[in-house]
Design a protein around this ligand. Sequence first.
Ligand code: HXC
Length: 257
Amino acid sequence: MEFIKVEAQARPYVALVQLNRPKELNALNLQLMGELRDALKQLDEDEQVRVIIVTGNERAFAAGADIKQMAGKTAIDMLNIDQFSTWDQIKKTKKPLIAAVSGFALGGGCELAMTCDMIIASETAMFGQPEIKIGVMPGAGGTQRLTKALGKAKAMEMVLTGKFLTATDAERQGLVNRVVPVELYLEEAFKLAGEIAQMSPVAAKLAKEAVNRSFEASLEEGLYFERKNFYLCFASEDQKEGMAAFIEKRKPSFSGR
Ligand code: HXC
């Protein structure tokens, strides 16, 4: 891997993936995205991993897709490159994904953070979809996910002006889980990941899938989907263990089976 660093056991059951093109503010070129897709797929299959954190560095989570790589492309080049199949694959990650964001999360960077399930932000984090300023528009989910998170008026303004959202405003508007001082953002992400890693990984996967379903389905369909996943939990050893531990007044030990 040239443009990302992967630590499968950064903490017990918690993997860390760091975007690593610091000079280019982690601009998301095709190779980086390919590496990220492959790493997430591998970690998703690793039984020793229950939660995955995606981060950048203090200055930038990612400043967007690589403009220099895209500048000369035609529509047909873009169609043939089919970069969004990579993004679709990332979206299919079954384990909880936490974005630990500091500095710039712009364009594809903001979209990548929003593709994750939760966002922990440093006070310096800035979210934005500035594509309009370079003559294009968001292409990896920004118009959809930002609108679902912020509502139409705020999302529209960001997409049409390219204005950034500060970490504090992002938290106030529900885009991020919480904001912490810059020296603590990664630690805070580890804390959240560690908490989730203690839960049943089977239930966590099924629950993640059900929450995400709410973006795709009607209430009726979503409730139906939730119910099926709820029933499926009862096929796991973790359900037996979790409920037995409650009754026996002890801490459960989940195996992911
Ligand atoms: C390629 C980028 C880049 C990007 C920064 N760099 N962002 N290279 N693609 N998206 C490079 C700069 O060219 C520069 O390299 C180096 O990183 C440092 O950036 P500076 O501009 O010198 O830093 P600064 O003045 O602090 O400004 C930071 C910034 C600015 C505000 C984040 O870099 C910026 O506006 N970047 C572009 C943001 C953007 O428009 N993102 C959306 C991209 S389109 P050199 O070698 O030149 O010094 C998109 C579409 C997604 O994301 C669609 C689906 C994938």
